[in-house]
Design a protein. Structure first.
Lengths: 236, 135
């Protein structure tokens, strides 16, 4: 079974929650789904991140009973593990548009507690696509790109996240980059610096299997960094 | 709150504290790595040069990137057009990465991407002209 087939089977099995109002697919699978025909060639990941607006949490919970292909992990109930090896796991994360991008909190709940990551407040609803008979909503590329670049992670996970950002950059249109620049300017200086710093890390990453190759995109990354610097008053 | 959520929150908040510290210290030694990565980001190619070749390029007016002097021992890091580097027979091409080879090179010639960087003056002096239309 190919990775794409697993991804599509997962989307089909997760239909009850993915079609819940306000829910977005976020994270590493988005570049795969943004490819022509959801070709899923860019990123190999073992989970599907499901972004849940905190205001829609109650509505989503009502649909959990229809989620027959998964069960909550005993260790981390916001992660639902597949009952079949042919599916990816679901990782539910909270989104709160009022939250500071550098903060996080836990939305306590007996059935589906959520880690609410502030950086996800940068996401807004984008394209809707239909895959495997499921209509799902994706974030706008600009917000997703900025969320990946502003998120501070370390080590393997951090590098993979930056390569996800590269995957989004690879599928972005010029107008997405204009929107990205506007969003970037709204960040406070510390977060803008973090974005620029992450771009320099991304530019120097070595290629790795199953992820977008940074080498052919280094000129784009340099251009984006220069574009961000152009809006700064402080010297680099 | 589950133990996993508690741990992840604690780790995230720790990283935020470190990042805030990094930002406050960015003008000092803490920011050197960022500044070094930044000049490498603007380079499409990198070459290790013998010191005498670096001196020649300096004499021609190529200006050293300030971050080179922030390292100990200091390095000469220059942005040089590709055509000029091609004339340096002893230039040894390196992958543009934070590798041991790049970090140990006493003199580095960096070839800028065509757009947005003035090869004669390097990215630190390239002004504020943004690069539009990346695709």
């Amino acid at each position: 079974m190919t990775f794409r087939e697993r991804l599509i089977a997962t989307i089909r099995a997760a239909r009850p929650v993915l079609e819940s109002p306000g829910v977005l697919v976020v994270g590493s699978e988005v570049p795969n789904l943004l490819e022509q025909g959801a070709a899923a060639t860019l990123v190999v990941s073992q989970d599907l991140d499901v972004g849940v607006p905190v205001g829609r949490h109650a509505a989503l919970k009502e649909r959990l009973g229809d989620l027959h292909g998964f069960e909550p992990s005993a260790d981390e109930p916001s992660v639902w593990t597949p009952r079949s090896p042919e599916l990816l796991e679901l990782n539910f994360v909270g989104m709160d548009p009022a939250q500071d991008p550098a903060e996080a909190y836990v939305l306590e709940d007996d059935r589906l507690p959520l880690l609410v990551f502030g950086a996800l407040s940068l996401l807004s609803r984008g394209a809707e696509i239909e895959i495997g008979g499921t209509r799902l909503a994706l974030p706008r590329p600009a917000g997703l790109l900025l969320e990946k670049l502003v998120t501070d992670r370390t080590g393997e996970k951090g590098e993979r996240d930056l390569l996800v950002a590269l995957g989004v950059l690879a599928t972005s249109a010029p107008e997405d980059l204009d929107e990205l620049e506007k969003l970037y300017r709204r960040l406070r200086p510390e977060l803008r610096h973090a974005v620029r710093s992450n771009l320099t890390i991304l530019s120097l990453l070595a290629p790795r299997p199953g992820m977008p190759d940074p080498q052919p995109r280094r000129a784009d990354v340099a251009g984006l960094l220069r574009r961000f610097e152009a809006s700064e008053t402080e010297a680099p | 709150m589950t133990a996993v959520h508690e741990r992840r929150l604690r780790e995230l908040r720790s990283r935020m504290l470190v990042r805030a510290f990094d930002h406050r210290q960015r003008r000092h030694a803490r920011g050197v790595w960022f500044r070094l990565r930044r000049v490498l980001t603007f380079a499409t190619e990198a070459y290790a040069l013998p010191p005498d070749e670096a001196k020649r390029l300096l004499a021609e007016g190529h200006r050293p990137e300030p971050v080179g002097r922030e390292l100990e021992p200091s390095r000469v890091i220059l942005f040089v057009p590709a055509a000029r580097v091609a004339k340096v027979a002893s230039a040894r091409r390196l992958a543009v990465r934070l590798s041991a080879e790049v970090l140990s090179a006493e003199c580095l010639a960096l070839v800028p991407f065509e757009a947005g960087v003035d090869a004669e003056r390097g990215p630190s002096r390239a002004g504020r002209a943004g690069v539009r239309g990346l695709r």
